[in-house]
Design a protein around this ligand. Structure first.
Ligand SMILES: Nc1nc2c(ncn2[C@@H]2O[C@H](COP(=O)(O)OP(=O)(O)OP(=O)(O)O)[C@@H](O)[C@H]2O)c(=O)[nH]1
Ligand SMILES: [Mg+2]
Length: 493
């Protein structure tokens, strides 16, 4: 029996007795055995229920000195201190509980709740993370963690835990209210914050160069255009596209009679936005049928991480998601995904290491149909194998999907690492030659100065970008938006 169950059982037993008779009986028992911790605990409990908190405290305190190494004694004392408003002692006693029993989820939960009341949200998060880790079934701890994160302005993470809390206990009214509030905040939040974070290095590089021009009426002469060309090349736009862009921008400025550098930069911005928006439309998340989204790409571009991010992102939108761990090449890949799936509460179909990935997809497609899933996300092994093997394996997987889920809406999304620069262009070509790539995902866009390659790819293949990976955490995902992307590229902050 866990500590929490013991605690609940004790509470139940205690609440069944009549308070005053109970106090009298307990008092009598302690007179006979004044140093018996169990009799004193009973008396303190009875006093507390009878409203005699101050006296109850005295006895609970005595018990802690009689059995100083008993975590339950300290816990009882702590919660009574909390009730009596002595927060300092409550915190001290709870710290003692977790020192004696580092696995006491309930104590961590209480610590977290007190820290929330004290507006010490970072400390609350630390304690509550431990509570949730120790007892992933505790709706209250999940709720409290969500509340702490909300106060720490981490709305997306807060929504995740509040949602879990409600899934564990749908009657948890506080979680429902908090979740509605957080979702409202999320809906109102501009995406630029994340875009900015994601594009930090590209942006810094651009901004440094633009600074002397923006806001000043500097004439855009030959030197300015040369500098602009260099900047585009440095950002990995590619010299061919950079030259073309400069030519087009110059022509438009000439037509408009615009001479200031500020206006030319504005023209560049709208040009970049046009390129990024002029793509083949796709709908990989059609709400009316099973959508199968398969992530492909070379080794280490962030496929598995992105799959977890997308799973969580879609779950936040209340979609029914299933994961297929079809990277049977690396055992670690399946474990990595299982951990993610557990964290995000997503069902997963996986196979043994070395198994045929198509067999995993076979099972997953069947399961997706049976469960009426909205989205089946398939992780595949990164590949630098010979072209033929690659082609055969991806084709086989696709045939398996078509056979088991003939009505499914199937999309291959190619993951690219933003750091790859111009090399990404040849990856697109290789994958396009072996499977029907319909869209792109650009990972690791945080901390790269080479984001420009994306532009050349989109311009050439007219492939839409769906998501950006902006960090290693599961929340580090941004739904692509050309306007926001370009804005973030050029804006400070
Ligand atoms: N900074 C940063 N790191 C990332 C991002 N996405 C993934 N990573 C890291 O990149 C490494 C590889 O990520 P994985 O998701 O395992 O890549 P993969 O494509 O599945 O790799 P293979 O299955 O081996 O082909 C890990 O260390 C990730 O934490 C991102 O958006 N930003
Ligand atoms: Mg992987």
């Amino acid at each position: 029996m866990g500590l929490f169950d013991l605690f609940k059982q004790r509470k139940k037993e205690e609440s069944q007795a009549e308070p005053q008779n109970e106090v009298d009986a307990a008092r009598k028992a302690t007179l006979e055995n004044p140093d018996d911790p169990s009799a004193l605990t009973k008396l303190a409990g009875a006093l507390k229920r009878a409203g005699e908190v101050v006296e109850a405290l005295k006895h609970f305190e005595k018990v802690t000195s009689l059995v100083p190494n008993d975590p339950i004694a300290h816990f009882n004392y702590a919660v009574t201190c909390e009730e009596a408003g002595d927060i300092e002692s409550a915190l001290r006693e709870l710290a003692r509980v977790v020192e004696l029993d580092p696995e006491d989820a309930l104590a961590y939960n209480h610590l977290g709740a007190i820290y929330i009341d004290q507006s010490q949200y970072a400390k609350a998060e630390e304690a509550l993370r431990r509570a949730v880790e120790l007892n992933p079934e505790s709706a209250i701890a999940m709720n409290n963690l969500g509340v702490a994160l909300k106060h720490l302005d981490r709305a997306r993470d807060a929504a995740f835990y509040l949602d879990r809390a409600l899934a564990l206990d749908p009657s948890l009214a506080q979680a429902e209210i908090e979740l509605a509030e957080v979702r409202e905040k999320l809906a109102a939040e501009p995406k630029s914050g994340k875009f900015r974070k994601g594009l930090s290095r590209t942006k810094v590089q651009f901004l440094e160069w633009f600074k002397p021009f923006v806001g000043f009426e500097v004439e855009a002469g030959a030197e300015f255009y040369d500098g602009l060309f260099d900047q585009l090349v440095l950002s990995d736009v590619g010299s061919e596209l950079a030259a073309k862009l400069i030519e087009e921008i110059r022509a438009r400025a000439r037509d408009e009679g615009a001479t200031s550098a500020t206006r030319v930069i504005e023209i560049l911005r709208s040009k970049l936005e046009d390129i990024l928006s002029d793509t083949e439309p796709i709908a990989p998340f059609d709400p009316n049928r099973l959508n199968v989204v398969m992530l492909v790409g070379v080794n280490g571009v962030g496929k598995t991480t992105m799959l977890a991010k997308i799973a969580r992102h879609l779950k936040e939108k209340n979609l029914n998601v299933l994961i297929a761990a079809a990277d049977t090449f690396r055992a670690a890949a399946v474990d990595q995904l299982k951990i993610w799936a557990e964290r995000t509460g997503t069902p997963i179909v996986s196979g043994q290491q070395g198994a045929d990935p198509a067999a995993v997809v076979f099972d997953a497609a069947k399961a997706a149909v049976a469960r009426k899933a909205d989205v089946l996300l398939i992780d595949t092994a990164g590949r630098l194998q010979t072209k033929k093997n690659l082609m055969e394996e991806l084709k086989k997987i696709e045939r398996t999907i078509t056979k088991n889920a003939p009505d499914a809406n199937v999309h291959h999304l190619l993951c690219l690492d933003a750091n790859t620069g111009q090399n990404a262009i040849s990856q697109v070509e290789l994958f396009r030659s072996v499977c029907r790539v319909r869209g792109l995902i650009i990972n690791k866009i945080d901390g790269t100065a080479r984001g420009g390659a994306v532009l050349a790819i989109v311009k050439k293949h007219r492939l839409p970008i769906l998501f950006l990976g902006v960090g290693e955490n599961v929340g580090d995902i941004v739904e692509f938006d050309a306007g926001e992307f370009v804005k973030a590229w050029f804006s400070a902050g």
